[in-house]
Design a protein around this ligand. Structure first.
Ligand SMILES: [Zn+2]
Length: 87
């Protein structure tokens, strides 16, 4: 499927910029592209959540591992925030 390959290429580009997106380092136009792709691509949305969690964890502390329950709550909160923000 050539179409599938094209999609995966977009995914790679989107994910490559996710960190900058999370840190608000992207211009608004680029951030909108990432946001639009994440909104349309469930695979990337999952990856985005993971990246966001990792980013937040690294910012707070490298030494204390988060509890699984905590992770799940944060993941849900992230998704809700993201969807509300997008609409
Ligand atoms: Zn994608």
């Amino acid at each position: 499927m050539t179409n599938h390959e094209h999609v995966e290429e977009s995914c790679a580009e989107a994910l490559a910029q996710v960190q900058a997106f999370l840190h608000n380092e992207l211009p608004v136009s680029d951030a909108d592209l990432i946001r639009a792709h994440l909104n349309a691509c469930e695979k990337c949305l999952e990856n985005f959540d993971v990246e966001a969690l990792i980013s937040r964890m690294l910012r707070r502390s490298c030494s204390s591992p988060p509890a699984p329950a905590n992770l799940r709550v944060r993941l849900t909160a992230l998704r809700v925030t993201y969807r509300l923000d997008d609409h």
